[in-house]
Design a protein around this ligand. Structure first.
Ligand SMILES: [Zn+2]
Ligand SMILES: [Zn+2]
Length: 196
């Protein structure tokens, strides 16, 4: 079963809900993550509350948190699930706090321009803006690129797909493509990649 992610409008930047933009939440003491390629801070893209996923595809408690490097667009292998130009974290849903921004980093490189709630729905009303999809199977733009879990080497489960977004202020840079998030919940690992 697939659910759509619809634009739910503005929401608080630290809201513990599925959203694009705002500030990342993580357990206390978590440092802002850096790009493994250029070493500059990653940009927070989105978080997906796993309780929004349809049915059995994931545990109901947890947060999938997505980052990508915005410092050197196209030069840090941002599309790759394993190169470190992006980061997907599978976090517990409880006890999450805003991650302090690193000193001296430009705000627009740390986050999107605005914050929008992403609301799971079975159908899209006329005029609704679709931000992505949850569950089901990935709608690959190219070939099946299901990542293997770096811990157990099994294919990861598909969790969510993200569109770049309609608004240039909030849009993510997937080369006009789509982002795909997978996870291996027994190992607590997640991966993000995009295709265009
Ligand atoms: Zn980078
Ligand atoms: Zn695994």
């Amino acid at each position: 079963m697939t659910m759509l992610l619809l634009d739910g409008g503005p929401v608080a930047p630290d809201a513990p809900v599925t959203r694009i933009g705002g500030v990342p939440l993580a357990p206390v003491g978590t440092a802002w993550p850096a790009c493994a390629v250029c070493a500059a801070p990653l940009q927070f893209l989105a978080q997906i509350h796993l309780g929004d996923l349809p049915g059995h595809t994931a545990p109901t408690a947890g947060m999938l948190t997505l980052f990508m490097c915005a410092n050197r667009p196209g030069q840090c292998a941002q599309w790759s699930p394993g190169a470190g130009g992006n980061l997907a974290l599978l976090l517990p849903a409880d006890g999450l706090r805003p991650v302090p921004a690193p000193d001296g980093a430009a705000r627009d490189l740390l986050g999107l321009g605005t914050v929008r709630a992403a609301v799971a729905a079975q159908t899209a009303p006329a005029g609704a803006t679709i931000l992505g999809r949850l569950g089901g199977t990935p709608d690959w733009l190219q070939y099946d690129e299901t990542p293997d879990c770096p811990a157990c080497a099994q294919p990861m489960d598909f969790l969510a797909e993200l569109a770049e977004g309609p608004d240039p202020v909030t849009a993510m840079n997937f080369g006009s493509g789509r982002g795909y998030a997978h996870a291996c919940t027994p190992c607590g690992r997640a991966a993000f990649l995009w295709q265009c």
